[in-house]
Design a protein around this ligand. Structure first.
Ligand code: FAD
Length: 472
């Protein structure tokens, strides 16, 4: 008679973390199947293929994946070099997906629509833990699994432009003028931006990357204008740690951006909350609401929404998840990564213990595991899947022995003058962290600790009986 353990561990997503999970499952001799929505491995990474990452190769290669690749005669890249997304896909993830130990276990064009337990809805408890997972694909096929490792990322679910977390008024009506994060401004998407006025909304690395590309485009394409809008009153957090950043490429990004803003090549708008968008003569009119209730308008050709990503937990709606109400990560992980709390802290290494939900056997890992926190790094995901897979193999000692070898932060405490300033990148310098305990979150982490001006009610306050709806 077949048992639950005869079924495969199903991994959702063949990105860096899903493929690392597959490599660890192979090493542990556990049957597995990877379901990838795209037609190739690293389908999401390829969409930002033109962007150069800020962590060098040595942090981007999973150790179990490396062992498989070495066996296949792979020539490793220069471990100190910074790959683009395309190089990450072509030189590492594609060859990894092709090794004979993994290739037969990968299915492409397999988008997971929903996950449940066979014959049990979310309400039923008896027999739940010994019942297989039922995974339904968008084409109607169904797969049974012993365990689900959900490494589906967040790339497919970007945040909206509206400052309340809901789409701004008219956001859908101007969809033709809206770009998701990281368009290939200097490559295939050039024509959409050359000679046009683009508004980039957001304060993270994606915004910084796009702004720098637009500034470069403006040098060769006359009429190209660039405006950058942020919620806070200062861009200091985006500029980050400069030379003090533990990942130099990340620091350099901020420094270059600052130079363009200072030189007037990028117009910076602070305290900018998108309220409404209206199509106007082939352009878009953007209405901004200020803290005092006043409004301001600007007209642009294109808007890049570099406002971050959020996890799509809807595929697991029939499972028993215990999600932190703020972050959309597990409750154990959320306080470690909450950007409201951590300005320049480090994320401690974590694994199966922090990733466990009440639904035994379902683990969200990788980018998705961080919910809305913007500070995820691949190396963190590799350690997550090493720990989860060790637990699945019953090796609890290895599962609990979580470690991370990542650069220590120098962003906060090596520039005390700036740190003491409330408008600076990081606020007061934190106590030193134990060596090797985690990763620097100096630029995007802690972003939300910067105060935004809270919007006040209009001069004429909403009617207490109707909350602003018209009287009937
Ligand atoms: C521009 C950019 C730069 C970054 N730079 C760095 C860096 O320098 N260093 C670093 O460590 N990290 C960096 N990151 C963060 C992070 O490490 C990457 O986003 C990484 O790709 C996350 O890996 P992942 O496997 O969790 O998710 P993804 O790479 O997003 O992979 C998820 C996969 O799941 C598939 N999928 C999605 N939904 C489904 C579904 N329903 N069914 C089946 N398959 C599905 C997708 O097609 C995709 O292939 C960067 C991220 C971005 C966007």
């Amino acid at each position: 008679m077949s048992t639950l353990n005869d079924l495969p561990v199903v991994v959702i997503g063949a990105g860096p973390v899903g493929l690392a999970a597959a490599a660890h499952l192979h090493e542990r001799d556990l049957p597995f199947l990877v379901l990838e929505a795209g037609d190739t491995p690293a389908a999401a990474v390829r969409q930002w293929g033109h962007v150069r990452v800020f962590s060098p190769w040595r942090y981007n290669i999973d150790p179990a994946a490396r062992r498989l690749l070495d066996e296949a005669g792979w020539v490793a890249p220069d471990l100190e070099a910074l790959p683009t997304g395309a190089e990450l896909a072509d030189d590492y993830l594609q060859p990894l997906a092709m090794v004979p130990q993994l290739k037969p276990h990968l299915r492409y064009g397999a988008r997971v629509e929903a996950i449940s337990r066979l014959g049990l809805d979310r309400l039923r408890t008896v027999g739940r833990d010994s019942t297989p997972f039922l995974i339904r694909l968008t084409d109607g096929q169904e797969v049974l699994a012993r365990t689900v490792i959900d490494a589906s990322g967040t790339w497919g679910t970007p945040n909206v432009l509206g400052s309340s977390g809901l789409p701004a008024r008219g956001e859908t009506a101007v969809a033709a003028h809206l770009e998701h994060a990281l368009p290939d401004v200097l490559g295939v998407d050039r024509d959409r931006f050359a000679g046009r006025h683009t508004l980039v909304v957001g304060a993270g690395h994606s915004a910084a990357n796009t702004l720098l590309s637009l500034a470069e485009l403006a040098e060769s394409a006359p009429g190209t204008e660039v405006t950058w809008a942020i919620r806070t009153s200062s861009p200091a957090r985006t500029y980050g740690g400069g030379d003090a950043d533990a990942l130099p490429a990340r620091g350099a990004l901020g420094s270059r951006l600052r130079a363009h803003v200072d030189a007037g090549q990028i117009r910076l708008l602070t305290g900018f909350a998108v309220h409404a968008l209206t199509p106007t003569d082939g352009r878009v009119n953007v209405v901004v609401r200020h803290a005092d209730g006043g409004e301001e308008q600007t007209t642009v050709d294109r808007i890049v929404a570099a406002t971050g990503f959020r996890p799509d937990h809807s595929i697991a709606a029939e499972l028993r998840l215990d999600l932190d109400p703020v972050m959309g990560a597990t409750r154990a992980l959320a306080p470690l990564i909450d950007p409201n709390e951590h300005s320049c802290g480090t994320v401690p290494p974590h694994g199966v213990t922090e990733l466990t939900h009440p639904e035994s056997g379902y683990y969200a890992v990788g980018m998705k595991s961080y919910g809305r926190a913007p500070t995820f790094l691949m190396a963190t995901g590799y350690e997550q899947v090493r720990s989860v897979v060790a637990a699945l193999a019953g090796d609890w000692a290895a599962a609990r022995d979580v470690q991370l070898d990542l650069p220590e932060t120098g962003v906060c405490n090596s520039n005390p003058d700036e740190s003491a300033n409330a408008d600076s990148c990081c606020g007061p310098a934190p106590a030193a962290h134990a060596s090797g305990r985690g990763l620097a979150t100096g630029i995007s982490g802690g972003l939300l600790a910067a105060p935004v001006s809270l919007l006040v009610l209009d001069a004429a306050p909403a009617d207490p009986q109707t909350g602003g709806l018209p009287q009937v």
